[in-house]
Design a protein around this ligand. Sequence first.
Ligand SMILES: Nc1ncnc2c1ncn2[C@@H]1O[C@H](COP(=O)(O)OP(=O)(O)O)[C@@H](O)[C@H]1O
Ligand SMILES: C[C@H](O)[C@H](O)[C@@H](O)C(=O)COP(=O)(O)O
Ligand SMILES: [Mg+2]
Length: 472
Amino acid sequence: MEYCLAVDIGASSGRVMLGNLEDRKMKLKEIHRFANNLIEKNGHFCWDITRLFNEIKTGIKKCNQLGVKPVSIGIDTWAVDFVLLDEHDELLTDAVSYRDPRTDGMMEEVEKIIMKERLYLETGIQFQKFNTIYQLYAIKKQQPEVLKKAKTFLMLPDYLHFLLTGKKANEYTNATSTQLLNAFTKKWDKEIINQLDLNIDMFQEIKMPKDKLGHLKPELVEEFGFDLEVILPATHDTASAVLAVPELDETIYISSGTWSLIGVENDFPICVTKALDYNFTNEGGMDYQFRFLKNIMGLWMIQEVHRNYEQKYSFAELVDLSRGTSNFSSIVNVDDQRFLKPENMIEEIQNYCRETNQQVPETPGEVAKCIFDSLVISYVQAIGEIEEIYEREFSTINVIGGGSQNELLNQLIADVTKKEVYAGPIEATAIGNLVVQLIALGEIQGIHEARSIIKQSFEVKKYVHHNERGGL
Ligand SMILES: Nc1ncnc2c1ncn2[C@@H]1O[C@H](COP(=O)(O)OP(=O)(O)O)[C@@H](O)[C@H]1O
Ligand SMILES: C[C@H](O)[C@H](O)[C@@H](O)C(=O)COP(=O)(O)O
Ligand SMILES: [Mg+2]
């Protein structure tokens, strides 16, 4: 019975989870949790990558207090963001966030060189202004000397694994989110990279989930009191999360955290014109599966409202406050770019409602209800697009991640879609991270057995639509 460590760092919080199998059930223990947030550094919105690494080390050391010695560790985070290293393996860049405005206008600049249709056919990746391709193009335009000096490109989980082991590689699932990896060759698309002159030599070898990257640097073995082997999970957190969906047949998943990622799992990329028009993406998964999904602004909006109210209301309290506002029904387009990084989310929502001649939310409950109702509208739109492209209906929706604790939202989804809604596992990302390690260690045969174990190990709540409640 081996213990493994999964480190899941989302945009709002990180957690170090200890996992193992007992009687063919998965046991999961949260041994460290920490906040994550943007910081302003050198004029950009960044992640405090040094603090995040120190939090990981704090979590690893807590194993000693528990008297356990895990054998492996894997780290996953959000997608697209990266760092560049110089010839001495020192940081050339900060860990700039995808919410930073440095990529404003870059998609249009790239499109002057590579047509959208071609980029989509080669990579299958959605057009988001924050994709890695546009972040790198921004560096090329704004700091050309930095791109020229770069010897190593590492996405954030790659970099954290490098800090642990000294080994460099780009993990496949996260690399697909860059919009620079070819969906068919599964390798860096050298033609696209060279056409944009993005320094092809800095990209590293593509490694797959289950690959063993290496053991800890000796000084860390000394610091922790035990060794660990890095076994690559699906380092894109959503790729890990979807591995933990207990039942995928007939199911549309909603990975509900800072973002809402809504989609289905596929054996091949879907790059048809309609998928491009609806801006769906084909992110890579373990065993070369694809996640055909759409990004929806997600619970980021309520996170910002929580911050605007200076954490006066918990997320659960904001949900409860929204229940008492049934006569409030204003809706915003959650996917409007104005909500990606507004100065003040409450004011941005109020301005939107004012500009669209709708009732302006004034109380915390009204603001929260506007967000939850508006998210469901966007989910319904995406579900309709998925069923149109697949030319079939899906009978169930599985909400995974922290957002699956929002019982009001889960019920709203069931009421409006009239589909069965399953909520959980909450820590789907960490669970998906762990199953990959356990598969690599030979403790689980493969993803089918893993999903069966997950189904028996974790609570999933069911919601059905209540006729008397009606829709929105
Ligand atoms: N008790 C709760 N009730 C309702 N919503 C909750 C609760 N706990 C967490 N959430 C929601 O879960 C979100 C965080 O989900 P999580 O998957 O941890 O995000 P990420 O991985 O992006 O950091 C919060 O923004 C909040 O909206
Ligand atoms: C920017 C990306 O679209 C984003 O990272 C998304 O892919 C994702 O992984 C979100 O994860 P959270 O846990 O931060 O919601
Ligand atoms: Mg997450």
